[in-house]
Each structure stands twice: as structure tokens, then as C-alpha cells.
Design a protein around this ligand. Structure first.
Ligand code: NDP
Ligand code: 2IT
Length: 454
């Protein structure tokens, strides 16, 4: 039994699945949290889809198909040797090759990779593209490392990972700490070891060697496209809204850019050292220069902009706003954060990060009637565009930016419609959490039923 999650809120058929899972891996709290959040919305399936229970779909879908853990030895610029732990959790391939990002961050462990891989199954299902779910990474800290150190780490990581992946098997991409630079070094080592230019083995590649236009922008843009649909459904828009974006990495930068293009003012961004308030609106070109080109901190942004103030103390969620877009990491938006947002009149929270809002905070948002989009729906634009990159690689072609961005936009509008239609169908109108979980789950579960006991 997990003390943190109240299994009495689940029907007996699902609480037993959850309790067995907790007993098997009692320390994997992030994984428990992700599974609990999904199971909480699946109650109607116990009666509506009796075959799921007969065929142990709930038990099977919560156990990864394969989990790989490996040693990653590398030497720093001084010749000192370090050892990190690498992971790839191949969670479910009922809908297509395993697909999901790689995270390099000191906090990475099996629980975090399993929670991310589990979420990825349903997110990928929602995109409508043929992709299974996976996640990987390492407990490696890229901060302060030279390019040469990053390269040696990526080469060592890929030397093992290459035997587990392939364009029709498993297709990794970026996540926290893994961007264009890392994908380049990983791809180079894969190509060298395999003596084969399998463009489709990784997504997020450079634009001259198999990458897709709009993949860099896709998660942040897709988040704002999804949030725009939510606002539209309530008869409003981004125009004139005050927006707070947490994080200042890939997702945060392009969410900021698109929200401002739609007429909003993004007044705050953050990193793990603190947050910046810029009442004049974030200067996206300056933020890109600081974060993407110089690999600096948000405090460097504030130092170069007279309208901006950096705070190392306090919380970004205290900054008054109409819309909050958490785009940093899991559990970054706790109950107190949501209470502050509600006090200041927030209308919508849409997740760019994976599982950024804690369960208590989600309950609070729902009871206050704040629009809330779970990441597996609202941040699906990144992996959707990875799916488009795979399509382009298979066809040995490259589509223009506008065409790819238009497809991304269409996919996000489609996910929004699917969430609302599924929520209606199951008697919980307007509930994006239930809509996303049910729609994503049913598609995978039906494919598992059709494919037999594996
Ligand atoms: P980046 O590495 O580009 O940026 C991460 C940002 O989040 C940085 O500003 C970082 O600050 C901050 N951050 C990370 N960990 C912590 C922490 N423990 N506490 C406080 N701040 C933290 O990653 P992405 O922008 O790619 O990813 C952000 C989120 O979006 C993640 O949850 C990821 O899983 C999710 N996501 C990413 C997708 C993608 O395509 N990249 C797709 C879908 C979801 P600092 O530099 O100080 O560490
Ligand atoms: O969490 C995510 O969806 C990602 N990090 C993107 C995965 C991908 O394969 O593009």
C-alpha cells in the first residue's frame, strides 16, 4: 500500500492493480503518482469494457514491456573517469515503435523514467500517429560541462543504447538536458557504430541531416495551440492575457514566443535558481540568446534588461496572471502555488511539462473551476512533430516550416476535440483529464486486446 495515494477512491478492480504495483516497486513514487492519476479516471471502463479486466489489460499496461539499465563510463577534460547510470524503459509498443525522449538530469532514476514512459503511451496515442511509448536518460548533470565532455558522454551512452533502438524498434528524442547538440552527438555515434544512415532512429535532428522544421518549436507552440482552443471554447483568447511560464528551456521559450504572437504578455519565466519578472513582456530574442546560444541563466537575462527583475527567493506562482503554463519539471506546481494563482484570479493552467502539477494542486484547480489541461494532451505537440519527422525520414523528404506547423496545429486541435468529445461520452463534460486519459487509454487497450496475450 502506498500511504500517499488513497486507494479507497478507486473501484476494487483498479485498487488491487495499484496496490500490487506499489508492493512490487514500493519506492517509485513518481511512477505511482502517474499511474494513480490515470486509474482515477478509468472507473467507467470497469463496467463498459469488461474484456479489459478479463484480459488483464490494466495489469499489463502498467508493467513495461522491457527496461534496460546500463553503465555509462566517460572521462572529463582533466582525464578523470566518471560513471553514470543510463536507462531506457520500453513501455508499450501496441500502436507502433517505442517513442519518447531522453532526459539528462542528476535527479533521473528508474521511477522518473517509468512515470515519463507511462505518460508517453497515452500522449502518443492521443496524437493519432503510430507510436508506442518509451522514455530514457541518465543521471548525468550537463551543467557546466564542456562540449567535448557532453560529446564523450553521448558517445558512451549511445554505445550501449544502440543495441536496443532502431527506426522500426525504438526512436528516442530530446527532453530535459537533451537538445539539438546532444541529438547530434548521439546520432553521429549511432551512424558510426551501425555503418548506416538510419535517419529515423532519432528525432530532433539538425535541419540539414534529417531533422524536421518546427520540431524545435513544436512542444511550446503546440501547448499554446491547445490552450488557445480551451480559451476559444470559453469564448475568449490569448489576446491581452497576462501569462506566467515556468522554466526557460526548449518548451518554455517557444510557449512564450507563440503566446506573445497571439497577443498575450508573458511576464515571468524561471529556472532552478529563481525567476524573472518582466512587466514589459519577455524579450524572446534576448531569452534565446541567453539560454540557447550562451547556455546562461535567467539571472543573466535580467542583468541585460532594464524592465526585468530576478528573484532567488519566493515562488513564480505568486506573480499575478490570467494563464499559467508550467514548463519546467514534475511536481513544480504544488498546492500553495495553485492557491496563490487562484487568489490572483488565474483562469487557466495548461501543462507544458510532464506531471508538473501535484495531485492536491490538481484537485484544488478542479474544485475552483479553473480550466486545466494535463500535459499528456497539451504537451503532445513535441512528440507529434517527432512523428512527422519520422514520416519525412521514411519518405526521404522534408516539408517546409509552414506545412509542418500547420499539421502540428491540426493535430493539437484534433486532440482538444477528442478530449472534449470523450469527456462528453463518459458523462464528465469539460473534464480534460478524464477525456485525455480515457481517449488515450482505450486506443492502446483495444490494440492490445486485438494483438493477443503478449
Ligand atoms: P530543457 O532542458 O530545455 O529546460 C528545462 C527547464 O526546466 C530549464 O529552465 C530548467 O532549469 C528547468 N528545470 C528542470 N529541472 C528543474 C528542477 N528540478 N527544478 C526547477 N527547474 C527545473 O527541457 P525542456 O524544455 O525540453 O523540458 C521541460 C519540460 O517539458 C519537461 O517536463 C519535459 O519532460 C517536458 N516536455 C518536453 C518536450 C520536448 O519536446 N522537449 C515534449 C513534451 C514535454 P535549470 O536550467 O536551472 O535546470
Ligand atoms: O515528453 C515528451 O513528449 C518528449 N520529451 C518528446 C518525445 C519525442 O519523442 O519527441
Amino acid at each position: 500500500m502506498s500511504e500517499k495515494f488513497d486507494t479507497s477512491r478507486l473501484p476494487r478492480e483498479l485498487s488491487s492493480v495499484f496496490e500490487e504495483l506499489v508492493a512490487r516497486d514500493p519506492h517509485q513514487l513518481e511512477f505511482h503518482q502517474a499511474v494513480y492519476e490515470v486509474l482515477m479516471t478509468l472507473t467507467p471502463l470497469v463496467t463498459r469494457k469488461p474484456e479489459y479486466q478479463d484480459l488483464a489489460i490494466f495489469e499489463r499496461i502498467t508493467e513495461p514491456e522491457r527496461q534496460v539499465m546500463f553503465r555509462v563510463p566517460w572521462s572529463d577534460d582533466q582525464g578523470q573517469i566518471h560513471v553514470n547510470r543510463g536507462f531506457r524503459v520500453q513501455f508499450n509498443s501496441a500502436l507502433g515503435p517505442y517513442k519518447g525522449g531522453l532526459r539528462f538530469h542528476p535527479s533521473v532514476n528508474l521511477s522518473i523514467i517509468k512515470f515519463l514512459g507511462f505518460e508517453q503511451i497515452f500522449k502518443n496515442s492521443l496524437t493519432g500517429l503510430p507510436m508506442g511509448g518509451a522514455k530514457g536518460g541518465a543521471n548525468f548533470n550537463p551543467k557546466g560541462k564542456s562540449d567535448a565532455e557532453i560529446m564523450r558522454f553521448c558517445q558512451s551512452f549511445m554505445t550501449e543504447l544502440q543495441r536496443h533502438i532502431g527506426p522500426d524498434t525504438d526512436v528516442p528524442a530530446g527532453d530535459i538536458g537533451v537538445g539539438g547538440r546532444e541529438i547530434g552527438y548521439l546520432f553521429g555515434q549511432y551512424r558510426r557504430l551501425r555503418n548506416s544512415f538510419d535517419a529515423g532512429v532519432l528525432t530532433g535532428k539538425g535541419l540539414t541531416w534529417g531533422g524536421s522544421f518546427a520540431r524545435t518549436e513544436a512542444t511550446g507552440y503546440g501547448l499554446v495551440y491547445f490552450a488557445e482552443e480551451m480559451l476559444r471554447a470559453r469564448g475568449t483568447s490569448f489576446d491581452g492575457k497576462r501569462v506566467v511560464v515556468s522554466g526557460s528551456g526548449n518548451v518554455a521559450i517557444y510557449a512564450t514566443e507563440k503566446a506573445q504572437e497571439l497577443g498575450a504578455t508573458v511576464v515571468a519565466v524561471s529556472d532552478s535558481s529563481g525567476f524573472v519578472v518582466d512587466e514589459a513582456g519577455i524579450d524572446v530574442e534576448l531569452l534565446k540568446d541567453v539560454k540557447e546560444r550562451r547556455r546562461g541563466r535567467v539571472s543573466d537575462y535580467a542583468n541585460q534588461r532594464s524592465s526585468a527583475r530576478f528573484s532567488a527567493e519566493g515562488s513564480i506562482w505568486e506573480v499575478p496572471c490570467d494563464v499559467a503554463l508550467p514548463c519546467a519539471t514534475q511536481n513544480e506546481l504544488p498546492l500553495e502555488g495553485v492557491q496563490a494563482l487562484i487568489r490572483n484570479g488565474v483562469q487557466m493552467v495548461a501543462e507544458g511539462a510532464n506531471m508538473p502539477t501535484t495531485p492536491e494542486a490538481i484537485d484544488e484547480l478542479r474544485s475552483a473551476g479553473v480550466l486545466y489541461a494535463p500535459g499528456k494532451a497539451s504537451n503532445a505537440g513535441g512528440v507529434a512533430t517527432s512523428g512527422l519527422e519520422m514520416q519525412q525520414n521514411s519518405g526521404r523528404t522534408q516539408w517546409p516550416f509552414e506545412e509542418t506547423d500547420a499539421k502540428l496545429h491540426q493535430i493539437m486541435v484534433g486532440i482538444h476535440e477528442n478530449c472534449l468529445a470523450t469527456a462528453d461520452e463518459y458523462g464528465v463534460p469539460g473534464d480534460y483529464v478524464a477525456g485525455a486519459n480515457l481517449a488515450g487509454f482505450i486506443k492502446v487497450a483495444d490494440a492490445m486486446v486485438a494483438q493477443g496475450l503478449i
